[in-house]
Design a protein around this ligand. Structure first.
Ligand code: ADP
Length: 237
C-alpha cells in the first residue's frame, strides 16, 4: 500500500491550565491514505478539535508524531511548520471567517496574496468559484449570500493552494439541513472528482456516513476506525 498522506504515531497532547494538566490526546494512531474522505466523531471534549489542529500543524503535540506527506510536523521548526501548513493544508471551520466588507472575489484575493507569493494564477480563483457553484455571485458580499453559499466560498478559499489535505471542523455546524446537504454534497464531489483528501469532524452521523470511514474517539483516544480500510479511497456506494 502507498505511503499515507497523513499519519499520527502515539500522538499525545496535554494542555496546561494554571497548575493543572489537561490530557486532550492520549496516544492517537491514525492513518489517512491519499484520496480518502474520513470523518471523526465522538462526544464533546474527547479531543477531536485538538487532533485536527495537530494534523494541520496549527499546534504542536506534547509527544508523538504527525507525518504529513512525509514531513514530521512535530520535529519541524515553527517556520517550516507554517510553510508546510500553507502549502499542504486547507482548513474549513464551522464559522466561515469571511471578511464582511469584501466581496467573494475580494476574500479570495486576500487569501491568494497571503499564501502564494504571487505564484498562483488569478484564474484559479475564478475556476474554484465556478467549481463550488458561485461563479455568478463573486461580486457579492458575504451578507448577500446564504449561509450555505458562504461556506462554499470558505471551501473554495481553502482549496486555493491545492492542499494535499482538507481539514474541516464541523463544516455544517451552522447550517440548516438543506444547506448542510449542499455543502456535504460538495465535499463528496471534491473527493470523488478531484481525489481531494478530506478529514471532517462532525457530530452528525448522516454527515459522517458520507465519507469512507469513521474514526470514533473517546477520552482522548481512538476507539475505532483509526487504521486505513481498503475502501478508504473509493466512493461510498
Ligand atoms: P472536542 O473537539 O472533541 O470537543 P477538544 O479537542 O476541544 O475536544 O478538547 C479536548 C480537551 O482539551 C477538553 O477537555 C478541553 O477542555 C481541553 N482543551 C482544549 N483546548 C484547550 C486549551 N487551549 N487549553 C486547555 N484545555 C483545552
Amino acid at each position: 500500500m502507498s505511503r499515507p498522506i497523513l499519519q499520527t504515531i502515539q500522538l499525545v497532547k496535554v494542555y496546561r491550565s494554571g497548575k493543572v494538566d489537561i490530557p486532550a490526546l492520549r496516544g492517537v494512531d491514525i492513518s489517512i491514505p491519499r484520496g480518502a474522505f474520513v470523518s471523526i466523531m465522538g462526544p464533546s471534549g474527547c479531543g477531536k478539535s485538538t487532533l485536527l489542529h495537530l494534523l494541520g500543524g496549527l499546534d504542536r503535540p506534547t509527544s508523538g508524531s504527525v507525518i504529513l506527506d512525509g514531513h514530521d510536523l512535530a520535529r519541524c521548526g515553527d517556520g517550516e511548520r507554517t510553510r508546510l501548513r500553507r502549502e499542504k493544508v486547507g482548513f474549513v471551520f464551522q464559522r466561515f471567517n469571511l471578511l464582511p466588507t469584501l466581496t467573494v472575489i475580494g476574500n479570495m484575493e486576500v487569501a491568494l496574496a497571503i499564501g502564494s507569493n504571487g505564484t498562483l494564477p488569478a484564474s484559479r480563483m475564478h475556476d474554484l468559484l465556478d467549481l463550488v457553484g458561485l461563479g455568478e455571485k463573486k461580486h457579492r458580499k458575504p451578507m448577500e449570500l446564504s449561509v450555505g453559499e458562504q461556506q462554499r466560498v470558505a471551501i473554495a478559499r481553502a482549496l486555493l493552494h491545492q492542499p494535499a489535505i482538507l481539514l474541516a471542523d464541523e463544516p455544517t455546524g451552522n447550517l440548516d439541513s438543506v444547506n448542510s446537504n449542499l455543502v456535504l454534497g460538495l465535499l463528496q464531489d471534491l473527493n470523488s472528482r478531484l481525489n481531494q483528501t478530506i478529514v471532517m469532524i462532525t457530530h452528525n452521523p448522516e454527515a459522517a456516513a458520507m465519507g469512507h470511514r469513521i474514526i470514533t474517539m473517546r477520552d482522548g483516544m481512538v476507539v475505532s476506525g483509526g487504521a486505513a480500510a481498503s475502501t478508504d479511497s473509493t466512493s461510498p456506494s
